[in-house]
Design a protein around this ligand. Sequence first.
Ligand SMILES: Nc1ncnc2c1ncn2[C@@H]1O[C@H](COP(=O)(O)OP(=O)(O)O)[C@@H](O)[C@H]1O
Ligand SMILES: [Mg+2]
Length: 334
Amino acid sequence: MTAVLFTCAGQRVDIVSAFGRAGATTVGADADRLAPALYHADHMALVPRIDDDGYVPALADLVREHDVRLVVPLTDLDQALLARSTRELAPALVLVPAPEVCATMGDKYRAHAFFVEHGLDSPRSWLPADVPDDARYPLLVKVREGFGSRHIHRARDPEELAFFLRYTPVDSFVQECCLGEEFSIDVFCDLDSRCLNAIPRTMIQSKGGESIKGRSIQDRELIEHGARVAETVGIVGPANVQCFREPDGSLPVTDVNPRFGGAFPLPLAAGSRYPELALALARGERPEPRIGEFREGIVMTRFFSDLCLVDDGTDLRPFAEELPHPLAAEPGEV
Ligand SMILES: Nc1ncnc2c1ncn2[C@@H]1O[C@H](COP(=O)(O)OP(=O)(O)O)[C@@H](O)[C@H]1O
Ligand SMILES: [Mg+2]
């Protein structure tokens, strides 16, 4: 069994459980003892906060204690730090791209400059002082280092643009609004950034930047686009590529998150086998690309779930109600 350490496990019960089903021994780490995913892992660990000097040493202790072979960060928060800490976490493989890739994709204005420089479409974007007179409104005032659709404002004219630039409390840039349909592509790359699969989905509904309803689609152009973006960026492991399909046929990229996407269960159900691929990389294997091998028409619709714990003063234990047995007779049973 390969032991896998999940950092910032948070609410990602879906990912931790999927790795368990794929045969991994799962270790969940979080600073908050109420992080639900901790209780769905085989082993749970409370660790210091990311900005604490003891954070990486605590993870390194867990790697030794559980003979961890793979470290998977589940949020944007510690990606760059873990990318810089691969030596401390050896011999476990840390499933993140190089630190420069995390830094570039973590700043949407730098990411835009990278896309343009590498021949990938990206909506026209400027620093606040450089917005030209011919910029097409509406324009978006977007935070440079943000997530969860926070700090994004739509300005309909130059007056509103000036207002939002004054109003926003965070370092921002200005981007043209895309006009077409938005898509999200869940990709997975090997250690040489060779793309192994790319699974596009529609964004039927999103809330707070999280896709809550979507559908997998066999769209050759989007599959190839996702793979090309991932390989050009230098992704290692999972990433989520977001783009629009514009009326002129271009596919401008707006966001690349080098981690499992919020909609992880959708590509999983469509046959991604991303947990198995991650475990294969941890064992030093070199799985062959299976680009486009997934099922179209998988529709995901998400809902809130919960976990009840018993607090006995020192520990929290999952609450398990003694169920009367049998619950009820099945039809046809006595
Ligand atoms: N240039 C754009 N044109 C139209 N919509 C956009 C654009 N940029 C972002 N959005 C919308 O805002 C959402 C969040 O923006 P994104 O750049 O993905 O930041 P975050 O890191 O918060 O996910 C997107 O999913 C999309 O719906
Ligand atoms: Mg996004």
